[in-house]
Design a protein around this ligand. Structure first.
Ligand SMILES: O=CC(=O)O
Length: 327
């Protein structure tokens, strides 16, 4: 396709904190005429009829009614990652616009991170590192005993693609695996990883040494883990969250950690992100926090970009859209 015939695709911006990665731009520009939000706003009259797709990299640009109204030829919003809680699907589809995400390419890395958080928390890696690099060269290993992962019971809340990959990894650690999900997995899938279904989340919470959250954020999962659920957990248990901060009632979590209702937490997600610097979770030795890095590897981010490109191309050609998000 000639440069001027390439479809116009709106992005937020390139580079910096939340922009489209600079090293993805060359590839994208082979297929699309990229228009940044600033360019769009400066030349709205000319561009609004031309833009046919939005490439939404990590929730940007924000899509609201005003933007949708101003883009009469918009056909598709390709959103990066798996979560879609930042999108008003009803609103977007009321404009006849389709939506896609990239669920399958992020699952391996996110499952790996879940395991990393579980191991780091149980074996106190962050505290251990701080001791190892501190000026005090006297180690007292008896003060740094952790809890074993191998052989422990892992409760996975949300057995989608990510949850299942966590189970595959946990099987190699000889863990007992419980799971809770809206729909039960079939017998073959359960026995391949040795996972036991808990119809009631309470059963899983009561029995698990590690509870790992891998659910989408929806009205049903909003603050799914609150005071009551934390109180059901063992006092020796650890909560791991790789989904969305709002799946947990964070104030209740702080209280539970302070009062030793549960032992520890390992969180890749919080609300807000990042937390204010004086937030109590940042001061607790039994809490590990990472900056929402579930899918943050070079390869996966590249695959996400390629997925998004393919979805836009399919959407504009009127073909079935890979990873279309249906209402
Ligand atoms: O948070 C990351 C994702 O939704 O993939």
């Amino acid at each position: 396709m000639e440069g001027q015939d390439l479809p116009y695709v709106l992005i937020d911006h390139i580079g910096g904190k939340h922009g489209v990665y600079e090293d993805h731009v060359e590839f994208l520009e082979k297929h699309f005429h990229l228009i940044t939000m600033t360019e769009y706003l400066e030349n709205k009259k000319f561009l609004s009829n031309k833009i046919r797709a939005i490439y939404m990299w990590y929730h940007r640009p924000v899509i609201n009614e005003e933007l949708l109204q101003s883009l009469p030829n918009l056909k598709i919003v390709a959103s990066s990652g798996v979560g879609i809680d930042h999108l008003d699907l009803k609103l977007i589809s009321s404009y006849g616009v389709k939506v896609s995400n990239t669920p399958f390419v992020v699952s391996t890395d996110t499952a790996d991170l879940g395991m990393a958080l579980m191991l780091a928390s149980s074996r106190r890696l962050v505290e251990g590192y701080q001791i190892a690099v501190s000026p005090d060269t006297e180690y007292f290993p008896a003060d740094w005993l952790g809890a074993e992962v191998s052989g422990a019971t892992l409760g996975i809340v949300g057995m989608g693609t990510i949850g299942y990959k966590v189970a595959e990894r946990a099987k190699a650690f000889e863990m007992k695996i419980l799971y809770h999900n809206r729909n039960r997995r079939n017998k073959e899938e359960e026995s391949a990883v040795g996972a036991i279904y808990c119809k009631k989340i309470d059963d899983l919470l009561q029995q698990s040494d590690f509870v790992l959250l891998s659910v989408n954020l929806t009205p049903q999962t909003h603050k799914l883990i609150g005071k009551r659920e934390l109180e059901l957990m063992k006092p020796t248990a650890t909560l791991i969250n790789t989904s969305r901060g709002l799946v947990v009632d964070q104030d209740a979590l702080v209280e539970a950690l302070q009062n030793k209702v549960i032992k520890a937490a390992a969180l890749d997600v919080t609300y807000p992100e990042p937390l204010p610097r004086d937030h109590p979770l940042l001061k607790m030795k039994n809490v590990i926090i990472t900056p929402h890095i579930g899918s943050a590897t070079k390869k996966t981010r590249r695959l996400m970009m390629e997925n998004m490109m393919e979805s836009i191309q399919a959407g504009l050609a009127g073909l079935p859209i890979p990873n279309e998000v249906l209402l």
